[in-house]
Ligand binder design. Sequence first.
Ligand code: COA
Length: 260
Amino acid sequence: MPTFTPDILQGQVALVTGGGTGIGKEIARTFGRHGARLCIAARRQEVIESTRQEFEQEGLECLAVPCDVRQPDQVEVVLQETLARFGRLDVLVNNAAGNFPAPMAGISYNGFKSIVDIDLLGTYNFSKAAYDAWLGEHGGNIVNITAPFEQMGAAYQAHVAAAKTGVNSLTRTCAVEWGPKGIRTNAIAPGAVAETEGLDRFGSVGDNSGRSGPLGRAGSKQELANVALFLVSEAASYVNGQVISVDGGSGVDGLKMPMP
Ligand code: COA
């Protein structure tokens, strides 16, 4: 039995950056299954093309446009192509992100810059371009995929933590500046999510204590996508400027004591 009615996004158009793989792909698919037409944008043409074909075989309507979120001219092309194909835009998901674990002094200058450019500037670039091209006049929803590091030191994640904390700040500023334009902006901070590149790279679940967090398991991509769907739906019509943790409670597990 589906959680949401299948027409919850009927007639809407959703653009998902990094929508060819991982969490972004699952969010795009979930939005499509609930009525949205899709644009996925990411760097690797062959990856987004393969995902587009997979979606089309599932009966979803999908455009795939190659794009490096760091390049404003490429970002603007994605908006132009989306509007040319679908004539509207309702939802932007800023999901594209880079990550590699490394101690702070071991990250090269360019490595740090690359992550900030992809995660923070990429989110700004797409938000601004979407606002200018459509959302500013018509309203809509923005969901930023961030990280749970804002209130903590994050060993081996200095670059990501700094960039994603900036994304959280952008989320709140967009909510305040663009709320009057009918745009709600929220963020999701995922914990450990199974079957993702992120988890593969870190190889741990939930926290670094060796146990699996209060729920005893990693989350699924579908569980992340469900929250994204809620946030862009009318059910969340008064939710704006929030960073929602979807982590099974790991973030509030202060003592991380072993449980019987
Ligand atoms: N460890 C240390 N440094 C790394 C690295 C790693 N695993 N991967 C990349 N870098 C450094 C590079 O050495 C380079 O710095 P340098 O010029 O000083 O050598 C810099 O980062 C940029 O790397 P580059 O190869 O030019 O690629 P890019 O900027 O286009 O993207 C990544 C690199 C790492 C951002 C990208 O490949 C990536 O993020 N891939 C993983 C995606 C992912 O895991 N997503 C899930 C997020 S949770």
